[in-house]
Design a protein. Sequence first.
Length: 480
Amino acid sequence: MKKWSKKKKGVVIAAGVALLGLAGTYGYQVSVYQNHFLPGTRINELDCGKMTAKEAEDAYRKETETYQLTLTFRGDESETIAGKDFDYTYQDDGEIESFLKKQNPFLWMKYWFEQSEYELKSGIVYDEDKLEKKLNNLSHLSEESQEAPVDAKIVYKEDQFVVKKEKQGTTIDTDALGKAVEQALKEGEETLDVEQADGYVKPAVTKDSELLAKQKKQLNELANVQVTYELPEGEKVLNGNTVKKWLNLDEDGNYSLDQDKMNAKIKKYVKKLAEEVDTLGKERPFHTTSGLDVTVSGGNYGWKIDQKAEIKALKKNIKNRQQVTRKPEYSQEELYTDNYGLGDTYIEVNLTEQHLYYYKKGKVVLDTPFVSGRMTKDRFTPPGVYFLTYKQKDRILRGRPNASGQPSYQSHVNYWMPFNGGIGLHDASWRSSFGGTIYIYSGSHGCINLPGKKAAKIYEMIDKETPIVCVYNDGYKLHG
């Protein structure tokens, strides 16, 4: 065996010494990190490397003495609360010691290049009452600085209903903010974004609300409703501009449909429509054959809207979102639209002049004197415009029963043409003269007594499409 040279022996000895030195250093460091944190150890962002548990506890406690939490609000505004104002501090409960026990000191070299991070889950204490008072004193929590959020709503804009976006506002949700601050304090965070922490009261309704979308669709369909009424005096249009006024509109300008209110508005509209259209029993101008311009009211002839039926029809139009042109639902209609509803074929029964004029196509085709009802309360002939009820030949007319139960009178007539209950046109063979002032004291029981031949001609001409106008030229006086 060859002997090693002195140089080789020196190299080996030096290497051995180095290894022993490294081993000693390694062992020493292992012993150090038995009770010191490894390099790069951070607890709640605080560098605690090479510290003992006690040193780390003291360092963290000292850190809490200057602790501040900055709250950022909407509008790039912020406010800061200092931990000392609510006795914020660290109180050791063994958690930092537990972190030390978890580390592996034999891997100390690794942590010259890597970090070990721990989060304290406990140990932070503070005065909750002082914290609450501090938060409540923030300017952003004052009543005057908070603006309530505004819900998304439906508004009418540019001839249609649209959803107006919600407004977030600046009202603080104190419960949510309190919980977020509590968590930030526990974790030692130095900033808290109130918005990201859901610390604001949110609008209850947003623009993405399915209910709002449904309501918008319904309201726009309502706004497209159009009912064009064909009326005696022309057309009247009920459209969306009117219907939208029947919707609920709150103080914030939000539209909604209230069916009870809608029904009430429909009822009111139909009532007003009837007031405009109905002529039944109302005064209407009339030009007498003798050249007088008078008014006549009463009778059973005229326009009359069946309000109950029309309400039902209009509700259906609105419910089905229809666009229709139609007549109102009438319980009664006039026969004509010209000459104030009388047309050019009618009968003028002039009760003042005691003369009848039968007009056909605007011309008098028959005229005759007559005798009307005696001018007493129970027998006078009422004015008005009437429909012919029916006509009948060979009729016995009977008066009201007297004390003995018998008719007060019985009269045979050849031609009977009633138009107002028991009042009608008929021949009166028992009379020898007609016209003049006979009616005042010797008039009929209300009927229009006619000469026989004239009654026969009228009977042949008259039908239910011939209005009968009973008119006094200048009112009347009763004498009993």
